[in-house]
Design a protein around this ligand. Structure first.
Ligand code: ADP
Ligand code: MG
Length: 744
């Protein structure tokens, strides 16, 4: 008889038999690192070699075309059709020299992944011949058949037209054999259907607002660029183990699994040496990343076993975001060559740390200044304090917007879970700066009596030099000042940074605009410029005090204290998203020209919908695996115990066997209890799902999934994890958490 050989390499959801689990583990034990060769030992020799960067442009473009692209990048100027033809032709030549045969408009639809549709340069012409064609029109705009991307109702299917349009501020690159052109994705009516478009608008808003404020200090500042340095955390899992866990395969996280006896308590993985296989994988994907101009620099182990981090040098935000999306893609691709899968989920395993994506953020001027870097002279420090305090104030006023920007089903497991930033947004600035702000604030009160202008002048002189304060780092704060930048730590590991960066830059832009108006008002009323600025800053310090928190963000006291301060603590995604239906939030985004009301509503809808889908998928997998894999296994084992009881009675006789059968009988009963509980819970969960599915209002539906369906996941897990501890290890079908975490 012909039989398909059993191998853990073939993903097959119906094959997770006990044999399959042990086969998977065996496969892992026999893995060898796959040594990855870099093109050269000198990174500088291949860094950016797959990017149509300035050097490549100089080589492949005419001088006019080169200048046109530079103007488009730096000044946002339009590129004329004829010029676009020239750029396209140069780009095609360059791409061909890198082996590209196809091109694609690369964009970031609201599904959170990147999307591409490949077209060949090749085109047949008369006479059986063919040419390679790529014209300006193909570079500048495309109409992908993209009616299935989410649009939140903006793009009805009958007018299923979405357009991708070239974003020259992010350079084209060659990936494999394809020329990829970063683009925005908009509807026929011009509404944003992607992450990039609102981000570009937010960057523009903050540039304008910050430049206007900089003008108080330095007339040479004509452009302000937000910078972003992300730190990407992830887990690696062997592909055989991945294939043997339908839950991880389909939802990205383990829905079952008893916490292993050894977790991360010893912290022996953190900064320990990186396992050889993982190191080879990292080397390989870093090489690919470096070729694409992603300046990856640091790599190390993270707190949990098999958890790692990768971070590049910071870049201009739009580019940094594209690079992060690209890197996530690359990681998944390269991981396959090393028999790994990458888990970007925020919480793949209960009981050990989840993964985040810290967003280090600052503002840089065209004159080369980091606006969040304290300076030596008091005068320059007034500039620093202006941006520093306005940022704090922006977070204070709009904490809920920031909270919504990081909300996702995955991140819900992480926020407030005593290992990640809490769901309460607060700002940590360190002891030194706290004292400084407190002193400045006190002055505002004492000033009420002393009107003398000289006093105020002196105050400026009294701003002490500020030093970078590296020592006091507070890992529990979601938004921390780290010497020359703020670090937004609550961003989820699988998120597209655009969301948090759009939110942050928009609220900072809005705050800077208010600040400018207030300071101008003071000047009009007769105050000197520096006094006006200082007075306004003092008021901001006083009014934003509640958002500043230096203590332990994981503590129970902070939850109480935050409530007293009136800070929000929104624990789940559907409710965090409520901020998008607030009138003032819609008008803020409209005023800053980042999102129209329609776009806000569409985004809100899409986010709710994708939350619902996530929980729905998890709930289905949970039911399937519990009923089809775990319960039958438990019953098999139970039957063995029953056999055992019968056997003992047969051998020893009813009387003699009385003590001996006590234990198997107790186990039989325990197993029954858990099996019954699981079956009942799964039935009830399905009922709740049916009810939720009947709700047509997106918000109500998401809330039903959150409140009524989601709790069953934990309850079913509780009982199945108990079974895991009762059933013979040999029979258990799913690779256990200890195996997922420690087998390498
Ligand atoms: P850590 O101790 O957290 O590793 P680093 O100083 O090494 O701190 O920086 C962490 C990240 O912050 C890196 O990605 C780095 O590029 C980024 N970063 C540094 N300066 C800035 C800045 N001005 N703007 C944005 N990101 C920055
Ligand atoms: Mg960090």
């Amino acid at each position: 008889m012909f039989r398909i050989p059993l191998t853990a390499e073939t993903p097959n959801l119906f094959m997770s038999t006990p044999l399959f689990r042990s086969k998977a583990l065996e496969d892992v034990l026999h893995r060898q690192p796959k040594y990855a060769e870099a093109p050269s030992s000198k990174i500088s020799e291949f860094f950016g070699s797959s990017v149509f960067n300035e050097d490549a442009m100089r080589m492949f473009l005419t001088e006019d075309a080169f200048l046109a692209v530079q103007q488009a990048i730096h000044k946002g100027e339009r590129i004329e059709r004829k010029m676009a033809d020239q750029v396209a032709s140069g780009m095609k030549e360059w791409a061909a020299s890198k082996g590209a045969t196809h091109y694609t408009h690369w964009f970031q639809p609201l599904t959170g992944l990147s999307a591409e549709k490949h077209d060949a340069f090749f085109e047949p012409i008369a006479g059986g011949r063919s040419i390679e064609r790529f014209e300006g029109s193909m570079l500048v705009q495309q109409e992908p058949d993209a009616s299935s991307f989410p649009s939140g109702g903006i793009r009805n299917t009958f007018e299923a037209r979405g357009y991708t349009a070239w974003d020259p501020s992010s350079p084209a690159f060659v990936l494999g054999r394809t020329l990829c052109i970063p683009t925005i994705f908009v509807s026929y009516t011009g509404d944003a259907l992607d992450y990039k478009m609102p981000l570009l608008r937010a960057l523009h808003a903050v540039d304008q607002a910050a430049t206007a404020v900089c003008q108080y200090f330095d007339k040479d500042v004509t452009k302000v660029v937000p910078t972003l340095g992300w730190e990407q955390e992830y887990f690696l899992i062997d592909k055989a183990l991945f294939n043997a866990r339908p839950d991880i395969m389909l939802s990205g996280r383990a829905l079952f699994g008893h916490t292993p006896a050894k977790g991360q308590q010893l912290e022996d993985h953190y900064f320990g040496s990186i396992p050889e296989r993982a190191k080879e994988f990292m080397r390989d994907f870093e090489t690919e990343a470096l070729k694409l101009g992603i300046p990856v620099k640091t790599r190390h182990n993270e707190v949990a076993p098999n958890q790692f981090e990768c971070a590049p040098v910071f870049e201009e935000t739009n580019l940094a975001v594209d690079h992060n999306v690209l890197l996530m893609d690359l990681m998944e691709k390269v991981a396959r060559n090393h028999d790994f899968r990458v888990l970007l989920h925020e919480k793949p395993y209960a009981g050990v740390n989840g993964s985040g994506k810290h967003n280090n953020w600052s503002l840089a001027t065209n004159t080369g200044r980091n606006l969040l870097k304290p300076a030596r002279t008091p005068k320059e420090n007034l500039l620093f304090l202006t941006f520093f305090i306005n940022t704090i104030k922006a977070i204070h006023t709009h904490a809920d917007i920031l909270r919504a920007s990081i909300a996702s089903a995955g991140n819900d497991h992480r926020l407030g879970a005593n290992e990640a930033p809490p769901a309460i947004i607060s700002v940590f600035i360190g002891e030194h700066l706290s004292r400084l702000l407190d002193e400045l604030e006190r002055d505002i009160k004492s000033r009420m009596s002393t009107e003398a202008k000289t006093e105020i002048k002196l105050n400026i002189g009294r701003i002490p030099p500020i030093q970078r304060d590296n020592t006091d780092r507070n890992r529990t704060s979601p938004f921390a000042f780290t010497g020359n930048k703020f670090e937004f730590r609550a961003v989820g590991s699988s998120a597209n940074c655009s969301e948090s960066m759009t939110a942050l830059n928009t609220i900072v832009a809005w705050q800077l605009r208010q600040f400018k108006v207030a300071v101008d008002g003071r000047i009009e009323r007769g105050a000197k410029k520096d006094e006006a600025i200082l007075q306004e800053l003092r008021e901001l310090i006083a009014s934003s005090k509640a958002i500043r928190f230096e203590g332990n963000g994981y503590s129970e006291e902070w939850v109480k204290e935050a409530a007293k301060r009136g800070l929000s603590n929104i624990m789940d995604t559907p409710r965090a998203l409520d901020v998008w239906s607030r009138k003032e939030v819609k008008s803020l985004f409209k005023e800053m020209e980042v999102l129209s009301e329609r776009e806000v509503e569409a985004r809100h809808d899409i986010k709710l919908h994708s939350y619902t889908l996530r929980i729905q998928i998890e709930s289905r997998i949970c039911g399937d695996v519990a009923r089809n894999h775990l319960v039958p296994t438990a019953i098999t084992y139970q039957n063995r115990l029953i056999e055992n009881v019968r056997g003992l009675r047969e051998v020893l006789g009813e009387q003699e066997a009385r003590t001996a059968v006590a234990t198997p009988i107790r186990l039989v009963k325990e197993i029954s209890e858990h099996v019954n509980a699981i079956i009942e819970l799964v039935d009830r969960m399905i009922e709740e799902r049916k009810k939720a599915n009947d709700i047509s209002d997106q918000r109500k539906k998401a809330i039903a999934y959150c409140d009524k369906v989601r709790p069953f996941l934990d309850e079913v897990r509780y009982h199945s994890d108990k079974l895991e501890m009762l059933v013979d290890d040999e029979l258990w079908p799913l690779p256990k958490l200890r195996e997922l975490l420690f087998t390498r």
